[in-house]
Ligand binder design. Structure first.
Ligand code: OSB
Ligand code: MG
Length: 369
């Protein structure tokens, strides 16, 4: 497949409601859409680096720089046999996983379309429907949170995740458990705590949580092993895992018993599959995390979550939970039974709505050889 042309678009999409986490409040989401034209097909990918370096050191600006100056030149004009060849071409670029994942996703889509198969099939997916959950930001009151949860449960979501932060934790968990004794419930701290907060997590152990996501440092693996040994509830790492090697360290040190795989955070679907396969061999369940993606990134997440060891519901929610309109057609919906259909058409399996894409594009650039 000859890579003829690549286009980057900096997009900005307004969220239907502000998303509050221990990292701050997001009102809109900025990402980069990568378009690859090759052999008469168009591949689409999304880099999930955000406008701010609060979740990750990467930002839209750093990802743009790495894509434009290093990753795109390594593939443009080349005749590639497969995605692995592209990855080998930019392997010497250290870090910048989100920049890499955006380009890699567009290449996967283009290769799948060339072979006329769905991305799910090309990745080795085994499911036609995936179980989905929802990630709820910190609410101003317990009553507000209960109302939100009720609404999402009524829509079918199989699992509720709430964001927590010091001072906004146990009272919310306790109230939710009282109101909904049997739901699958988990919390995400986005690294807001330290080992000094052990007593808080010891108390969380009483609420039958599915998991506690990334309680400690965003690059830590060692302290999490100390916390995990004090708890019954599984710890799940998100921010700390950037590769298969990080995953192996975390599992072998018993720093966590579940892994959140976000393709953007680990450099793409190829590394995600390696992590998935390793976790399967170690009996470690995985689930697909989210970065408030547009439909392009979401389509990739849905395809990835169709692999067999994604046994827990992912942070993959309906378009309308995030945005008033999506840049893909059809938009993503949740079935009443809390599942989402895995697209079966070639590649990401949804069409890009150019009209909406134009509307949300802040800046674009085309690279041609
Ligand atoms: O920690 O999982 C996270 C969104 C942005 C950055 C980090 C996280 C999140 C979410 C939202 O929790 C997940 C989603 O896309 O629904
Ligand atoms: Mg998280």
């Amino acid at each position: 497949m000859r890579i003829e042309k690549i286009e980057l678009r900096h997009i900005k999409m307004v969220l239907v409601s502000p998303f509050v986490t221990s990292m701050g409040t997001e009102y809109d989401e900025e990402h980069i859409i990568v378009r690859v034209d090759a052999n008469g097909v168009t591949g689409w990918g999304e880099s999930v680096a955000e406008g701010t370096p609060f979740y990750s050191y990467e930002t839209v600006q750093t990802a743009w720089h790495i894509l434009q100056d290093f990753l795109i030149p390594s593939v443009l004009g080349k005749d590639l046999a497969n995605v692995d060849e592209a990855i080998a071409g930019y392997a010497k670029v250290r870090g910048h996983m989100m920049a890499k994942a955006g380009l890699e996703a567009a290449l996967w889509d283009a290769f799948a379309k060339t072979q006329n198969i769905s991305l799910s099939k090309m990745l080795g997916g085994t499911r036609e429907k995936i179980d989905v959950g929802v990630s709820i930001g910190i609410q101003s009151s317990v009553a507000e949170l209960i109302k939100k949860v009720e609404g999402y449960l009524a829509e079918g979501y199989k699992r509720i995740k709430i964001k927590i932060s010091p001072g906004y934790d146990l009272q919310f968990v306790e109230a939710l458990r009282k109101e909904f004794p049997n739901i699958l419930l988990q919390v995400d701290a986005n690294s807001a705590y330290t080992l000094d907060d052990l007593s808080i997590f010891k108390r969380m152990d009483d609420y039958n949580l599915l998991l506690i996501e990334q309680p400690l440092g965003y690059e830590d693996i060692f302290d999490h092993s100390k916390l995990q040994r004090e708890l019954k509830t599984p710890i799940c790492l998100d921010e700390s895992i950037h590769s298969l090697d990080d995953t192996r360290a975390a599992i072998e040190l018993d720093s966590c018993r579940i892994i959140n795989i976000k393709p953007g955070r680990v450099g793409g679907f190829t590394e995600s599959k390696l992590i998935h396969d390793y976790c399967a061999s170690m009996n470690i369940p995985v689930w697909c995390g989210g970065m408030l993606e547009s439909g392009i990134g979401r389509a990739g997440n849905v395809a990835l979550a169709s692999l067999s060891n994604f046994t827990l519901p992912g942070d993959i929610s309906a378009t309308k939970r995030y945005y008033k309109e999506d840049i893909v057609d059809p938009e993503f919906v949740v079935n009443p039974d809390g599942t989402m259909d895995v697209p079966t058409k070639p590649g990401i399996g949804v069409d890009v709505n150019m009209k909406v894409l134009e509307k949300v594009t802040v800046k674009s650039e085309t690279y041609k050889k």
